[in-house]
Design a protein around this ligand. Structure first.
Ligand SMILES: [Ca+2]
Length: 241
């Protein structure tokens, strides 16, 4: 099993490398859990709520940027197919941005150190996944703060916590259907203040579903995980989410 996973991982890296050279970010999914995605096409920042008071900020309808499609000029959030250097020119706002390739040294993509300004803004991340079959998968992600996800022209996920949230791996499990061949993923992350970022990977559908069910049906294991999470949170409670 380890050998198969290693070969899959190696194949993913080879395909990613080849595509990076042609300015595309394409991951391979053959049904096995993938590593966290560290290569992305990114674009931003765009205004989220420039007039909001950072000291009294809630992620609600005031997050105009979260509900504004800044990609209309290049196909819109649902259908965009950006390339490295694709430009967005928002004349009415006096904002010009270009998509660019970013390789992260960490699993969590540190938007906070990539984008400037990095408070009260939104930013986009795009990648493609080549699936060897039409198949189900679990999109596993974390974001700080809110998130919208579009897959092959459809919005498949939105989570906009009123008080923001920590950037944690595997916060949201989203069941998805991948088509055979290339699948297009667009992620939109909104930010109030403090930390800002995204973390993404794909998981095997059946084994993840079984693991979730085991957690639900085994309260003692669930309590143990909750205690562990609480201890981690107490350790980290210095930063603003
Ligand atoms: Ca934040």
């Amino acid at each position: 099993m380890k050998k198969i996973v290693s070969i899959t991982f190696l194949l993913s890296l080879i395909i990613l490398t080849m595509c990076s050279q042609s300015q595309k970010i394409i991951y391979q999914f053959n049904g096995e859990d993938t590593p966290y995605f560290r290569d992305w096409l990114l674009c931003g920042p765009f205004p989220n709520c420039p007039d909001c008071d950072p000291m009294d900020y809630k992620h609600d309808e005031r997050c105009k940027g979260f509900y504004t499609d800044y990609l209309e000029s290049i196909g819109g959030e649902q259908d965009v197919l950006p390339q490295n250097t694709t430009e967005i020119n928002l004349l009415d706002l006096g904002i010009k941005r270009s998509w660019f390739h970013y390789h992260s040294e960490t699993d969590k993509i540190p938007f906070n150190s990539i984008f400037e300004p990095n408070d009260m803004v939104v930013a986009y991340a795009f990648c493609q996944v080549n699936s060897n079959n039409q198949q189900k998968a679990i999109l596993s992600l974390g974001s700080n703060d809110g998130i919208k996800v579009f897959l092959n022209g459809e919005k498949i996920h939105e989570n906009h916590p009123l008080d923001g949230r920590w950037l944690q791996k595997d916060n949201d499990y989203v069941p998805i259907n991948l088509k055979e061949g290339v699948n297009n993923f667009l992620f939109k992350v909104d930010e109030g203040t403090g930390d800002f970022g995204l973390v993404v990977r794909l998981l095997n559908y059946d084994s993840t579903k079984t693991a979730i069910r085991n957690n639900l049906e085994n309260p003692s294991a669930l309590k143990c995980r909750q205690r562990l999470r609480q201890r981690r949170k107490e350790k980290k409670n210095i930063l603003n989410p």
